[in-house]
Design a protein around this ligand. Structure first.
Ligand code: ADP
Length: 437
């Protein structure tokens, strides 16, 4: 750094010394110094204009020679230019790779800016959502994808939730979309083709429903014959009585599982909203308590019903009966003889609630999250032995879903369990005298 400046100062010193000597010789010292200063200024200005011209030229050429200090300035600018060009090439390559990667993504990705306007989208967004990367930039996504479910999802912005809707490009494609917020006001919309997944689920449901349906008739026949044989007074059958009893028990169990599977298939297949009628829940619970008492038999459980008499809800009585009976029968089956079971039906500001409480064996906390899964049983033999199918709580969950409600489970091992069905306040209805149960 010091060298060019030294050279410049040396050059200026020489110029002014020469000018002073010449001025002194011709007796025009001030004029000579002034001319030297003007000359030096003109030279600097000329270098400046050359540097400016070189900087403006876009060509990648080495700087011309300017003279001390100016040369070093030009060299530094040239170095910065080279670095800049290198960086540009690197980012360009990165951007190209990123674009290639997002174009290869099978899922649609759309960056939404302020007011959910499209800021960027990838190739799959064109084929799945029908967006155009040129025409649709800056337009609100709700104007481009108009499915009511999607628009509602967009405005409600439920965190971590997703929505399913048919593709605007092809009705046969079912899309699952999620929105991930990032940055200050930006959101990333991700949409996946889930048609295949839903088709497989439907195939599984149809398969289970068909198999159950096909098995029901032969099993009913077998069960009927077994009953006839057991009713028969024929002494030749005396030795077979015990095995026949076991066979009848098992065929009844199988029929029970099939009935539950068919009920679940029916609940799962139901797409249209439920045909709701006023349901007299207090009377329903009284019936269920009688059945639970019969199930308890000699085990002598104390079953108590405490229901608000005028608390009716809108719903499907048959399904509600299945759900409530499953909870009450579970309480009997998983509570030791003589135990206490309470059915409470009441309303508060949040809605109507059924609490099925027992002081039975209870459930360890690690089982609670999986309890309502199909065939999830804590103790398989214990459940089988008491006539369980492992489908009861799945049925309860589905029925409650159809009624806009939910199931809550609280339990402590060795103390007891509380299963609560919560119904929304809108489900409440005034009792009607005419409605037959
Ligand atoms: P299952 O037909 O086996 O009773 P469910 O789906 O009704 O199937 O229940 C799943 C499991 O939850 C049962 O196997 C049982 O282990 C547990 N369970 C359900 N209700 C109770 C209860 N009231 N007390 C203790 N455990 C229960």
């Amino acid at each position: 750094m010091a060298t060019p400046w030294l050279a410049l100062w040396r050059r200026l010193a020489l110029l002014f010394a020469g000018a002073a000597l010449l001025g002194w010789l011709v007796d025009r010292l001030t004029l000579a110094l002034l001319l030297a200063a003007l000359g030096s200024l003109a030279w600097q200005l000329w270098q400046l204009s050359r540097l400016d011209r070189w900087l403006r030229s876009d060509r990648d050429v080495n700087p011309p020679r300017f003279g001390p200090v100016w040369d070093s300035l030009a060299a530094q600018v040239a170095r910065l230019r080279r670095q800049n060009r290198k960086r540009k090439r690197k980012f360009g390559k990165l951007l190209e790779q990123f674009q290639q990667a997002t174009a290869a993504l099978p899922d649609a990705a759309v960056v939404l800016g302020e007011d959910d306007r499209v800021a960027w989208c990838n190739g799959a967004a064109q084929s799945l959502l029908g967006l155009s990367p040129t025409r649709d930039m800056g337009r609100p996504i709700a104007h481009l994808v108009r499915h009511p479910g999607f628009v509602a999802f967009l405005t409600q912005r439920p965190p971590g939730d997703s929505v399913e809707f048919p593709s605007p490009v092809d009705d046969a494609l079912l899309l699952g979309a999620r929105i991930v917020p990032y940055g200050k006001k930006q959101r990333l919309l991700l949409a996946t083709d889930i048609s295949q997944l839903r088709r497989l689920e439907q195939m599984r449901r149809d398969f289970v429903a068909n198999v159950s349906h096909e098995l029901r008739t032969p099993l009913t026949v077998i069960s009927g014959y077994l009953e006839t044989l057991l009713d028969s007074e024929n002494p030749a059958l005396e030795a077979w009585r015990q095995p026949l009893h076991r066979m009848q028990e098992q065929s009844r169990r199988m029929l029970h599982i099939i009935e539950d599977l068919l009920l679940l298939a029916r609940l799962e297949a139901r797409k249209e909203p439920l045909a709701r009628k006023p349901v007299n829940v207090p009377a329903l619970l009284a019936d269920i308590a009688d059945d639970a008492l019969a199930l308890s038999g000699e085990q002598n459980h104390q079953i108590e019903v405490n229901a608000e008499p005028a608390l009716w809800i809108l719903g499907c009585e048959k399904d509600l009966r299945s759900a409530f009976a499953n909870l009450a029968f579970n309480a009997v089956r998983y509570t030791p003889a003589g135990g206490r079971i309470a059915l409470r039906w009441f309303a508060d500001a949040s809605g109507a609630h059924l609490m099925v409480e027992d002081n039975g064996e209870g459930i360890a906390p690690q089982h609670l999250p999986r309890l309502a899964e199909r065939f999830y049983r804590i103790n398989r033999d214990r459940s089988r032995g008491s006539g369980g199918t492992g489908l009861g709580l799945s049925i309860v969950k589905h029925v409650l879903n159809h009624h806009g409600g939910q199931l809550r489970i609280a339990s402590e091992l060795g103390v007891g369990s509380v299963f609560t069905c919560d119904f929304p306040a809108e489900a409440r209805v005034e009792p009607t005298a005419t409605t037959a149960r």
